[in-house]
Ligand binder design. Sequence first.
Ligand code: PBG
Length: 327
Amino acid sequence: MSAQFPVARPRRLRRTPALRRMVAETRLAPADLVLPMFVKEGIAEPQPVASMPGVFQHTRDSLRKAAHEAAEAGVGGIILFGIPAVKDGTGSAADDPDGIVQLALRDLASDLGDAAVVMTDLCLDEYTDHGHCGIVTGAGEIENDATLERYASIAVAQAEAGSAVVGPSGMMDGQVAAIRRALDTAGFADTAILGYSVKYASAYYGPFRDAAECAPQFGDRSTHQQDPANADESLREVFLDLDEGADMVMVKPAGAYLDIVRRVRDAVDVPVAAYQVSGEYAMIEAAAEKGWIDRDRTIMESLTSIRRAGADIVLTYWATEAARRLS
Ligand code: PBG
């Protein structure tokens, strides 16, 4: 029996690598990638993070070296997290001009210049002794508005030390407005805000809490981070952040929330970032170590999928490695 004519043959365009490359709908480039980095006060050598093979808590020196390598690979930017030697109830190291993040920021801002964007995570959980993202009341609740005052002060300290983009990740209501106002008042009208607008209360952050030493000492983050069951709520969060002055918005985690990345991409006209978080990284590394998946292919597939879902910018712990592979 002869086939019906004309026969649709999608396989024609998949026949050779050159054809596949030419017709690819999604492209990944080094500049799309942002590397999250950790710098820790009071260590003499970089410390490997057990649950994230290949990721380190850096010294100031090793951070400079790794940031230089990332920039040389062509990444779009780096986003810095700090781990202070001493934590307290209000996270006072977070906005100390001589705190570890501010010191490291000054190093990177002068080292990197315009080679890559130097950004900062803006939160309190790495700095508080209770591990929460805000000021905690006697009853163990996180006080929204008292926390905003802390975030405003941290934003100014980070901008002063050279952060080009601050990324508030604490999910307090009104945080973008409070930070925008503080930055403008202090003369940092040009410092941009990347809102972690859509941030779920996710089990995928597990390994990060080792890396940043910020596991909550009691309770969890589900009174401020979003319920994984909700999708429409993400658009409300995004529009609030844009109204408050966010320049870019982020969805986090990425892999389990690609539907949300797509909905946000379709709803806004600002750059959309997605954060491939520590648990996504750890799962692929662990399965690859067991020989159960092809590590390199899985990494590139995961990043391509996040871009295909609509993210312009992907935060990933593989940024340097993937950028090298792409260039
Ligand atoms: C909060 C913050 C977290 C992550 C980034 N910023 C942890 C949390 O909300 O518990 C997680 C990132 C990751 O898992 O890779 N400062």
